[in-house]
Design a protein around this ligand. Structure first.
Ligand code: ATP
Ligand code: MG
Length: 220
């Protein structure tokens, strides 16, 4: 499905000193697994890794493979890949304040025609279709997070990358979102979930820890 091979990335700290974030890191989301959880300390690079997987960050060394083929590591090529194959739930919902909830979710769908129907279906799936006409500024944190999830799943992508998708949700709403993720997984969607929640990690097919610049199997 999607894979990173030998990926290295060095960032520049605010004081201009370089810091190696990833050192020849490997990752694979294979066809036969429906969900992978990624945990790791704050600052270990989890969000950066998801941005690379989403094609939003092309500034790294190494190879991004899709179905066994290396993708050209340019912003337009990666954007095309993202449009067709990947939905991302970012850590902060980053919704457009001057658009309605429905319009924000429609922005996740590449084709204009039919996007309203897909967006509404996604809002229904996360249980907030009644908020379709609202502005994001008037939403609670949990509602905004559910809008971000709806935006990621609206185009029904084969892979969803989710960065702390339930961080702003109470336990009951978290359960609703996890039930939805299970449903989508049974329908064939694959998930990579960055989470601090042991509950969520336990529900995934596989768990990985971002530690010392690598993705590792956790010690039992
Ligand atoms: N483009 C960039 N330029 C410079 N530094 C960056 C860049 N992107 C991320 N960083 C830094 O890289 C480190 C990893 O950031 P990242 O957001 O990926 O961590 P994280 O594991 O998601 O943390 P958290 O659990 O707090 O969300 C941080 O120290 C961050 O400040
Ligand atoms: Mg993060």
């Amino acid at each position: 499905m999607i894979a990173l091979r030998d990926v290295s990335k060095t960032i520049t700290e605010p004081d201009r000193s370089p810091r190696v974030l990833f050192d020849r890191l490997d990752f694979e989301l294979s066809d036969d697994e429906r969900s992978v959880a990624i945990t790791g300390r704050s600052g270990s690079g989890k969000s950066t890794l998801l941005r690379i997987l989403a094609g939003l960050d092309t500034d790294f060394e190494g190879t991004y493979e899709h179905d066994g083929r290396a993708l050209e590591r340019t912003a337009p090529r990666m954007a095309a890949h993202r449009l067709r194959h990947i939905g991302i739930v970012t850590q902060d919902a980053d919704l457009l304040g001057d658009r309605t909830v429905l319009d924000n979710v429609r922005l996740g769908v590449p084709e204009r025609s039919g996007s309203a129907a897909l967006a509404l279906a996604a809002l229904e799936a996360v249980g907030i279709s009644h908020l379709a006409g609202k502005r994001p500024g008037r939403l609670s944190g949990g509602e905004a997070q559910r809008v971000a999830i709806a935006r990621a799943i609206a185009k029904r992508p084969p892979v969803v990358l989710a960065d702390e998708p339930t961080g702003a949700l109470d336990e009951r709403t978290e359960d609703d979102v996890l039930t939805l993720f299970d449903l989508l997984q049974r329908a064939g969607t694959r998930f990579v979930i960055v989470t601090h929640s042991g509950r969520i990690a336990q529900r995934c097919d596989r768990r990985l820890v971002l530690h010392q610049k690598q993705l590792l199997e956790p010690h039992p």
